[in-house]
Write a protein that binds this ligand. Structure first.
Ligand SMILES: Cc1cc2nc3c(=O)[nH]c(=O)nc-3n(C[C@H](O)[C@H](O)[C@H](O)COP(=O)(O)O)c2cc1C
Length: 187
């Protein structure tokens, strides 16, 4: 796919078909991730691939609890979190968590490294016909190390980029959001 079409066609998808993502497609997403640049070529990213629906549901529930604890929330957000629907991972069939070993001196670089790997995955997903969404809310799971330990993310790691993927629901296609380059100065 033309890169420009891919960059401009990708959307954050929040409605998915009940259809698993095949293993070879997931492998291609992971391969795209590791071709991102990283500070001093550190390649600090570690991936946790979760397809087990019960595990995704449980992480979603825990994230929702943590969101509700950070009240006051905007009323519409509070209502959606109380709805009982999965408003964290939107019932997506695939969750990939990108984490790194904690290093306070390099935290910003590591966060950027993971963000770049994440964007590669979001674009690769679009090329594969998948929808995707970065789920920043799920970073709250860092406050629940026991939940992360249960899925094999050790306590000395920090979750940086939680991403969901799946085949998009054709009846619920998101609109493109307007964009403009806000240049502060052109000197
Ligand atoms: C760092 C980051 C965190 C985000 N967190 C969430 C989130 O927790 N839940 C969600 O539904 N969307 C989340 N999004 C998706 C944004 O809302 C979305 O990218 C933005 O509205 C622009 O829409 P687009 O991705 O379709 O262009 C996040 C995106 C980024 C980059």
């Amino acid at each position: 796919m033309d890169l420009n079409l891919c960059i401009k066609g990708r959307r954050s998808v929040r409605s998915y078909l009940d259809r698993p993502v095949p293993r070879e497609v997931i492998d291609r997403l992971l391969d795209a991730a590791v071709w991102a640049p990283s500070g001093m070529n550190g390649q600090p990213w570690r991936f946790t691939v979760i397809q087990d629906r019960e595990v995704i549901k449980s992480l979603s529930g825990r994230t929702a609890e943590l969101v509700m604890k950070s009240r006051p929330l905007p009323p519409e957000m509070e209502a959606s979190f109380k709805s009982g629907r999965d408003v964290v991972f939107y019932s997506a069939p695939l969750l990939i968590l990108i984490s790194v070993k904690k290093n306070p001196h390099w935290r910003t670089v590591n966060l950027l490294d993971c963000g770049l790997a994440a964007q590669n995955m979001l674009l690769a997903a679009y090329q594969e016909g998948l929808g995707s969404c970065f789920i920043g809310f799920a970073s709250l799971l860092n406050q629940s190390p026991e939940h992360l330990a249960r899925i094999g993310i050790p306590e000395d790691h920090e979750l940086m980029a939680p991403l969901i993927f799946g085949y998009p629901n054709p009846n619920d296609v998101p609109e493109a959001k307007p964009r403009a380059a806000k240049v502060l100065q052109w000197i």
